[in-house]
Design a protein around this ligand. Structure first.
Ligand code: ADP
Length: 322
């Protein structure tokens, strides 16, 4: 009997529960035992693992976050600690590890498998959608819908009170979220980590002759500096004759009931991860490429993440809001 252990690690994302459910139910369907631990690699360090049955994942598909909880784990960086876990999992006859998380979690899994630990297959989950090797990561669609709803709400009050707004969305290294919600929310300007715009250049664009508008929305990706929109607004106040309001959406974007897209893709990815690992695959993740579900090698080094390749969409956003 094959034994699979599933965990969620790193930043949580809506849709992870659908992936857990799919792993458990596909695993049992395939006559494997499915085990789990809480809080990512921390659960393994604590050797606190438990077996899951089909009913344990009932009623979780519509919930945001992860029922297995998630965390970061410094100790898993230490080989000595990983060796202890390796011995423990061998004792328990667990040869398969499914990790739902981001590229950091996959780096940990790859290191562990390469040292003789269990086979590992990842399911990419992050609202940033920036994992190299897949066009989609679980949580992205829910986050962009949550952010869009917030932008729509702000637009109502911005218009009624003739206000200029900077709305900060997540997106540590990549601007996928900012671009999508910027275009869908009719933002006048979109700032992403890949195509940064100084406050001076942005001020020039704001002051350039254009159609008179009652309000203005600027979407700003946090770009690894949460709160940066406050500093940009300070500068804009000095460089232009307008006042600016700032709204930082923050962790609101990480929670909430997952959308159809997230539940569906997470379910398919969970199913594929089990099929793949039972077929002997390892050191790879489920991925969406050209709209098709497939497997892709773990993304590797830290510097390797997916980013916006062109500023075409940013320009489109500006044209459409002109
Ligand atoms: P994410 O998976 O969301 O990118 P992190 O980068 O914080 O999140 O990684 C999550 C966890 O994965 C870390 O806390 C650590 O336990 C483990 N991890 C990350 N990189 C490595 C590595 N190079 N070696 C061992 N474990 C790692």
């Amino acid at each position: 009997m094959e034994r699979i252990l599933v965990l969620t690690s790193g930043g949580d994302a809506p849709g992870m529960n659908a992936a857990i459910r799919a792993v458990v139910r596909t695993g049992i369907y395939r006559k494997a035992e499915v085990w789990a631990c809480h809080n990512g690699y921390q659960g393994l360090v604590k050797k606190d693992i438990f077996k899951l049955e089909k009913e344990d994942v009932a009623g979780c598909i519509q919930r945001g976050g992860t029922i297995l909880r998630s965390s970061r784990c410094e100790l898993f960086h230490e080989k000595k600690e990983r060796d202890k876990i390796k011995r423990f999992l061998k004792q328990k006859d667990i040869n398969n590890l499914i990790i739902i998380g981001g590229d950091g979690s996959f780096r940990g899994a790859a290191t562990f498998s390469n040292e003789g630990g269990p086979k590992s297959v990842g399911i990419p989950g992050t609202i940033d959608n920036d994992i190299l090797g897949t066009e989609y990561t679980i949580g992205f669609d829910t986050a962009r819908n949550t952010a869009l709803k917030a932008i729509d709400n702000i637009r109502d009050t911005a218009f009624s009170n003739s206000k200029y707004f900077l709305i900060e969305v997540m997106g540590q290294r990549a601007g996928f979220l900012a671009v999508d919600v910027g275009i869908a929310g009719g933002a006048e300007f979109i700032l992403t980590p890949e195509f940064p715009l100084t406050a001076e250049k942005l001020a020039k664009k704001i002051l350039a002759p254009r159609r008179k508008k009652e309000s203005l929305i600027i979407v700003v990706a946090e770009a690894g500096k949460p709160g940066r929109s406050v500093r940009i607004a300070d500068k804009l106040r000095k460089l232009t004759p307008f006042d600016y309001r700032v709204c930082i959406l923050g962790h609101i974007q990480r929670g909430g009931s997952p959308t159809v897209v997230d539940r569906e893709i997470a379910s398919r990815m969970g199913n594929l991860a089990v099929e793949a690992i039972l077929a002997g695959e390892s050191n790879c993740m489920t991925a969406l490429k050209g709209g098709h579900l497939t497997l892709s090698p773990f993304p590797g080094e830290k510097a390797h993440y997916r980013k916006l390749e062109t500023d075409k969409l940013l320009k489109l956003g500006t044209i459409l809001a002109s």
